[in-house]
Write a protein that binds this ligand. Structure first.
Ligand code: ADP
Ligand code: MG
Length: 641
């Protein structure tokens, strides 16, 4: 029997990148910048950093590998530390927001693109690093796009810095052009044919279709695991429950089903489960977000079920509204998804959308920078010493309107001064690992003397699904939620939930009785701890509390950051946003759903059939003048008469 170590080594050696090892290492050694293209699963992310480590490139600095997603950074760092036979956090570590496992001994550091951007604030030349690998470049996330420009600039002054751009799709000329004609290295991939199927007519509900397809295939098709692409935690949790319920009714001779979810906010210990092979006589059903498209590779998949959608951030530069929307994927994504079924043997992809719908998809996903709010990035650029944000060396330049919008928002938040430079508040905001809106909220809590409460609410808001509501127990779940209800809205309701949870010391039975997700609340505790440590590093006392009599202060803090997210009730009972005058609706999950107050602040908009406001609280319109005088001087005067 082979030892675990030999087993891992044999797996490494079977990867296409391993075969190309000498060529890859030689090309990187010979060039300042190298572009590497290779099929998903060929070993780019796990192997190339190890080659460079073994080739001695970490003598004068460490290797950074950026990932758009935290789940990927965590699971890959774990895998590579195993392959290298070291403890995670020693030679190999990861760094993501709210969680850094690296040590002074770390040589290979997997990190989110956001974390590397953050490091630029204190280390403008990235002196720690000898190699920067920008991975998953084909995804063109906002932060990776900004990093392209930043590292390209740094390399002009630091000739010793090696840049490697890695992509899973073939069209890498764009990257090469941008990096002054850098060499492109293609790693020969292995890919088995995948047969794609599409329904004859458009399906009503893709989650339901995924459920039906799962059971049909499970009963008809020979062994091989399933991978289902969904848009987020809520859908994944729902489908998991539905599959587990129905799986109880399978005929006894039918193999068992094991559902393994994977999404960013899943606790780390549970993320690892997707990589473990299913026990004998069991078929694994992996329910994944886009992370399984190219970032992580899971063995054993023969069948892909593709809903054809993903959740993306989009931003309307005219109205200034950003929302999360479920949108059709691109053809390039659809091909990547189906490719996941053909890594080890010929496979099958069941698209839950028609061939005509497929033909109608755009060729490629639009870079995120073209469709989201740029405020956090502009703040980051300013804090890293890039004054001319309009003239920055973007790979694809966002519209002038959206850059100007971001500058205006930062100015209104008080992050920029009249000359467009960073204010003292802006400097502090940039140092917090939060969106500028929440940095402002947190910093204002000092003035309003409610830092303790604000920290809790921010932590609660950064986790989805605090409450759960099983189909057969909706009534009880609704009753349970009433126990925590604060009639001023969701922010203070969330505060109540957390306080009660602390009072019972996170008791699991209590959570179950109250239909509260213990898993989510544990995450909240963890995030809150991290926030406390970042905030106290800024010299802020995190224990200052407004008590229970002055909770209005908490709402004012939120309004001071989210002052653009205000909606007013119109005479017919519907809501219109104060900025942009758009029709919006109270999400049914809000405690204010039936109450319909005159004026509300909301945390985010979610676009499904309508624009839904989520996490909402009642405000007094005159507060707007206190919290955002530059911005609301006129608008508030108008609405309050
Ligand atoms: P690429 O970056 O080219 O897509 P990776 O380096 O991520 O490829 O993956 C190479 C191989 O390593 C995959 O085929 C996968 O089987 C294996 N692998 C990666 N991460 C893990 C993990 N956490 N557990 C088990 N195997 C893994
Ligand atoms: Mg990879």
């Amino acid at each position: 029997l082979r030892s675990k170590k030999e087993e891992l080594q044999a797996q490494r050696e079977a990867l296409p990148c391993y075969e190309a090892r000498d060529n890859i290492t030689a090309a990187i050694m010979a060039n300042q910048t190298t572009i590497i293209v290779g099929e998903t699963g060929s070993g780019k992310t796990t192997q190339i950093p190890q080659f460079l480590y073994e080739a001695g490139l970490t003598k004068n600095g460490i290797i950074a590998i950026t990932q758009p997603r935290r789940v990927a950074a965590i699971s890959i760092a774990k895998r590579v530390s195993e392959e290298m036979g070291t403890r995670l956090g020693d030679k190999v570590g990861y760094s993501i927001r709210f969680d850094d496992t690296t040590a002074p001994s770390t040589k290979i550091k997997y990190m989110t693109d956001g974390m590397l951007l953050r490091e630029l604030l204190s280390d403008t030349k990235l002196e720690k690093y000898s190699v920067i690998i920008l991975d998953e470049a084909h995804e063109r996330t906002l932060r990776t796009d900004i990093l392209f420009g930043m590292v390209k600039g740094i390399q002009k002054e630091r000739k010793d810095l090696k840049i490697i751009v890695m992509s899973a799709t073939l069209n890498a000329e764009r990257f090469s052009q941008y990096f002054d004609g850098a060499e492109i290295l293609y790693v020969a991939g292995r890919q088995f044919p995948v047969r794609a199927f599409a329904p004859g007519a458009q399906l009503e509900d893709y989650v339901d279709a995924a459920l039906v397809t799962t059971f049909q295939l499970h009963q008809e098709e020979p062994k091989g695991d399933f991978l289902v692409f969904l848009t987020g935690q809520e859908e994944i949790d729902n489908l998991q429950k539905l599959i587990e319920e129905q799986a109880r009714d399978l005929p006894p001779k039918c193999p068992k089903l094991l559902v393994c979810p994977i999404y960013a906010k899943l606790p780390t210990d549970q993320q690892t489960r997707v990589f473990n092979p299913a026990p004998p006589g069991t078929r694994k059903v992996i329910l994944a977000t886009n992370v399984a498209e190219t970032s992580i590779t899971i063995s054993g998949i023969r069948y892909v079920i593709d809903t054809g959608v993903s959740k993306v951030r989009s931003f309307n530069a005219k109205t200034g509204m950003e929302s999360l929307t479920v949108q059709p994927i691109s053809k390039a994504s659809a091909q990547q998804r189906s490719g996941r079924a053909g890594r080890e043997a010929p496979g099958f992809c069941y698209r839950l959308y028609t061939q005509a719908a497929y033909e109608g998809l755009s060729e490629e996903t639009e870079p995120e920078i073209m469709r989201c709010n740029l405020a956090s990035v502009v703040l980051m650029l300013k804090a890293s010493g890039v004054d001319d944000v309009l003239g920055f060396d973007y790979m694809d330049k966002p519209s002038r309107t959206s850059i100007v919008r971001a500058l205006e928002q930062l100015y209104a938040l008080g992050a920029l001064n009249d000359e467009g430079g960073l204010s003292e508040l802006g400097q502090q905001m940039a140092e917090l690992p939060l969106d500028p809106v929440y940095s402002k909220v947190l910093l204002q809590s000092v003035k309003y003397k409610c830092t303790k409460e604000v920290l809790t609410v921010i932590a609660m808001l950064s986790v989805d699904l605090i409450f759960f509501s099983p189909n057969d127990k909706r009534e009880q779940a609704g009753q349970a939620k009433k126990r925590f209800m604060n009639y001023d809205g969701d922010h203070l309701t969330l505060l109540n939930v957390f306080s009660s949870f602390q009072t019972v010391h996170g008791d699991a039975a209590w959570c179950a009785e109250n239909f509260i997700s213990a898993r989510s609340l544990k995450q909240v505790q963890d995030i809150r701890r991290q926030l406390v440590s970042f905030t106290s590093r800024q010299g802020i006392d995190t224990t200052v509390s407004c008590g229970t009599d002055n909770l209005e202060a908490v709402l004012k803090c939120f309004l001071s950051g989210c002052f653009q997210n205000v909606a007013m009730r119109t005479p017919d009972g519907s809501y219109k946003t104060l900025v942009g005058n758009q029709a919006v609706y109270i999400h049914p999950s809000s405690v204010l759903f039936l109450k319909k107050p005159d004026a509300v602040v909301y945390n985010e908009l979610m676009h499904t059939t309508k624009q839904y406001m989520r996490n909402i609280s009642i405000i007094q319109p005159q507060w707007l003048l206190d919290v955002a005088p530059q911005y609301y001087g006129r608008a508030a005067a108008r609405t309050t008469g």
